[in-house]
Design a protein around this ligand. Sequence first.
Ligand code: MLT
Length: 408
Amino acid sequence: MASINANYFELQGSYLFSEIARRVAKYKGENPAADIIRMGIGDVTRPIAPAIIQAMHKAVDEMGAASSFRGYGPEQGYDFLLEAIRDNDYKARGVDIATDEIFVSDGAKCDVGNIQELFAQNAKVAVTDPVYPVYVDTNVMAGRAGKFDPAQNRYSNIVYLPCNAENGFVPALPESSVDMIYLCFPNNPTGTTLTKDQLKPWVDYAKKTGAVILFDSAYEAYITQPGVPHSIYEIEGAKEVAIEMRSFSKTAGFTGLRCAYTVVPKALITQFEGKAVSLNELWNRRHTTKFNGVSYVTQRAAEAVYSPEGKLQIRETIDYYMQNARLLTSGLTKLGYEVFGGVNAPYIWLKTPNGIGSWAFFDELLNVRQVVGTPGAGFGVSGEGYLRLTAFSTRENTQRALERLGKK
Ligand code: MLT
């Protein structure tokens, strides 16, 4: 009999979005005629921009001609895409990142899930609470999270940093020593964010303690306010302490196309048995061993995100979603709900009415109003009493969802 990885038995229930899909499918099975509005998983609804589609068509034709056919590409990504990322996402913001510090991949979810492999099994992990479940679950799978305590609804070896209305959704620095800190800003799920001044103490903390920050900035394209950093590398010294993950999923509607990237600066040096270790080299080793690169056609699509037409077109789509966010925040506020987020992120974090639990509110919305959200409790203890709605729906469905929420 093959023995298996016992850490998997420490995982709690099913993956959050699979559980939601299961409940929705059950309801739909029992009520086939139900007209369900889905504002649960943060999946986009607008089509890919024409400039990107055009670039893909061209790349497909290239693959069909012997003279331009491409086989395996560089695992880290083609230069044309690495250079576009370097120039547009970093140089344009005054940040100097080299192309060999960028690793193109098939998704930020995979990268944030895989990055923990670089760290020791006894490395201490800190996460904000509520949190995108992938950070926690992948550390559980790796045996780093300790035992699950059902009374606390938390893992014994994870340091949780609450983010709630009381602290303005700004986590406090860890009180005990930690090695890996997952930060996601603009935040999934709360839709709130940190200013540069609020992010700086984290970089200073990591420099002082030797911790590494794993910075997920998948939602940076949704920032509307000045003073909010698009990249952690806008903070001085961050290249020595932080790895950053970005995605084309929410920026350019690639949830079905799949393309993202991770930046591992060469200045990020840790120690192993008294010797300096480059995380850039380790990640390169991992990436080239376990990954064969994103398809040429998809990388050409990602490159087109940075073309002048591509930029204009994706901006229109982002503005469309942010108009949904504004409709939701103002509409829900008028209806008497307490809402957060939705200004620099496509997520609205709603306080459940009358202190009702997150899952109970989720079930009520599904069963009575046929609107699907994501229960805040699914993101952690501090998410209890909240529900997340996404702004990624169509305008029509956003308005219809609001009407349904307003019905007595
Ligand atoms: C979410 O709804 O939180 C996201 O869509 C999940 C993801 O990006 O994997």
